[in-house]
Design a protein around this ligand. Structure first.
Ligand code: AKG
Length: 276
């Protein structure tokens, strides 16, 4: 058991748990090199479309969503039958003003379950200075709060959506992580992050896990990877496992699967900012 009884209780009460050591420095460094090698090949950055459902593009990321060191604590929180719905890169370059406004993901992902979790892995130090996540403890237990789409260009969220209620900056808690550490939060938990004022890039990967009985209730079609247990529900089309980075079959699937996610994320939005 990775998580103690106290950590599980804290997750139920507050909606998050951190830090959980999952990779050693060498392993996390190797993943960062894989990412940065690819970025260097294409002018220094991922394309927006490569930031989401990225486990279909990068073999090493598909391996990561199946890594028992990540799935063991996730199973302790959501049970043994686990789908991975999405993976997203959250990269803030040195000196970048990029930030994430206060929001609840429940509002935008079209998923039926209240048990969806985000596991966020640090590939570089996620400190207060570099813009680590902040959370509002307990907000996962309440209603979905009111958001406004503000479209700030520096906001990493698709619509610059921002909570207009329920945030008390004094009660907010930082979730700093060292390289190779993970945080897990319930997707209804209000969370945000600030700009990177540190000397290194802030690189995180979010992996979104859910029980297999979850349904997509906004989009007409969606996909997910069965990463542990059995799927007796079949609500999501299984994603292919890439044999290599940029495997042609997985890339073709990625085009369809990430478009389906975009349709859900931008439903009723005034503008498609093409951030994912
Ligand atoms: O990486 C960040 O700062 C925010 C990530 C986020 O909003 C999420 O993983 O749900």
């Amino acid at each position: 058991m990775v998580l103690s009884t106290e950590q599980i209780e804290q997750f139920k009460r507050d909606g998050y748990v951190h830090p959980i050591r999952v990779l050693d420095l060498a392993e996390a460094g190797a993943l960062r090199r894989q990412l940065e090698t690819q970025e260097a090949k294409q002018g220094g950055q991922l394309e927006p479309g490569q930031r989401s459902k990225s486990h279909l593009l990068f073999k090493w990321l598909d391996d990561l969503i199946r890594d028992r060191r990540i799935l063991d604590p996730v199973e302790q929180l959501i049970g043994p039958d686990i789908l991975c719905w999405n993976t997203i890169f959250w990269i803030k370059d040195v000196g970048s003003k990029s930030f994430v406004s206060w929001h609840q993901d429940t509002r935008y992902w079209g998923l039926s379950s209240d048990q969806v979790v985000t596991a966020w892995l640090a590939l570089s130090p996620a400190s207060i200075e570099s813009g680590c996540m902040r959370v509002m403890p307990g907000t996962h237990k309440g209603e979905v709060l009111h958001h406004e789409d503000r479209y700030d260009p520096a906001n990493m969220l698709t619509r610059g959506q921002e909570l207009t209620e329920g945030v008390d900056e004094n009660a907010a808690v930082y979730m700093p992580l060292e390289v190779g550490e993970l945080s897990i939060h319930n997707y209804r938990l209000a969370h945000a992050s600030g700009a990177n004022n540190a000397a290194d890039r802030r690189i995180g990967i979010s992996m979104h896990f859910m029980p297999t009985d979850t349904q997509q209730i906004v989009g007409s079609w969606d996909s997910a990877a069965l990463v542990r247990g059995n799927d007796a529900h079949g609500n999501f089309t299984p994603t292919p496992v890439p044999g290599t980075d940029f495997d042609p079959e997985a890339m073709a699937f990625h085009a369809r699967a990430s478009e389906a996610v975009r349709e859900v994320l931008y439903v009723d939005a005034a503008t498609n900012t093409q951030k994912l």
